[in-house]
Design a protein around this ligand. Structure first.
Ligand code: PEP
Length: 252
């Protein structure tokens, strides 16, 4: 399985800024993702088309949306549909990011609806899961991961190809805080995710990528990527500059 090196640009970058960063990255990469790696850039909706266009200059890289609404079209002011995402030239969508769960109040059930609908519409989905500090301190890691994965994957189409689904384990206390989970924490959570996926997806679990996210930087990416059951990284802050994202993409 290729390792997935994913950027989440959150609410940063206009269309021209996004295109410029992708253009710079394309030059630095020499027009292709390194062997054994694939690159995904999740960009704001207003920059998605420019990002998808610019990323064509990198073989092995795709653009993704940070959010979508689970309907083909309709009276959902401010939302975007999978069809609109695909029309921008993007292939991926993020679901269940902790900022949407905790700031915007998305429930496990809604995340599940979005994940299933996006897959049914032909998008590749990266489902984010992870515990808050309070949940971790109360010993709730397994319960949270189990609930978020079970509800998140509840209605996915039975014929979902494993390469169209990825899970990102992102402990909420490590996102944007500069605190990275230690190797033992990452090993424990990723192994839990792998076995929970086994119970939910059967054989497909072994080929479903599990990424780590939470304050990944050029300095720690290599050691995180070397851990068992870590099939890539999802990077926020350190992906905003092409040079820093490049170092992560190339990290060993
Ligand atoms: C994220 O946005 O998913 C993330 C992990 O952010 P950061 O790398 O900034 O912690």
């Amino acid at each position: 399985m290729k390792k997935i090196m994913a950027a989440n640009w959150k609410m940063y970058k206009t269309g021209p800024e996004a295109a410029a960063t992708v253009g710079e990255l394309a030059k630095l990469l020499g027009g292709r993702a390194p062997d054994g790696r694939e690159i995904v850039v999740f960009a704001p909706a207003t920059a998605l088309e420019r990002t998808a266009e610019a990323i064509k200059a990198v073989a092995g890289a795709e653009a993704g949306a940070e959010n979508m609404y689970p309907a083909e079209e309709g009276a959902f002011t401010g939302e975007i549909s999978p069809l609109m995402i695909k029309a921008c030239g993007a292939r991926w969508v993020l679901t269940g990011h902790s900022e949407r769960r905790h700031i915007l109040g998305e429930s496990d059930a809604f995340v599940g609806q979005k994940t299933a609908f996006a897959l049914a519409q032909g998008l590749r989905v990266m489902l984010c899961v992870g515990e808050t500090l309070e949940e971790r301190e109360a010993g709730g890691l397994q319960e949270v991961l189990e609930r978020q994965l079970r509800e998140g994957l509840k209605e996915i189409p039975a014929d979902t190809a494993p390469e169209n689904l990825a899970v990102a384990y992102e402990p909420v206390w490590a996102i944007g805080t500069g605190k990275t989970a230690g190797p033992e924490d990452i090993l424990e959570a990723h192994s839990l995710c792998r076995s929970l996926l086994g119970a939910l997806l059967g054989e497909k679990a072994a080929q479903t990528a599990i990424l780590y996210g939470g304050s990944v930087k050029p300095a720690n990416a290599g050691s995180i990527l070397a851990l068992d059951n870590v099939d890539g990284v999802l990077v926020g802050g350190a992906s905003l500059k092409a040079e820093s994202f490049l170092q992560i993409i190339n990290a060993h």
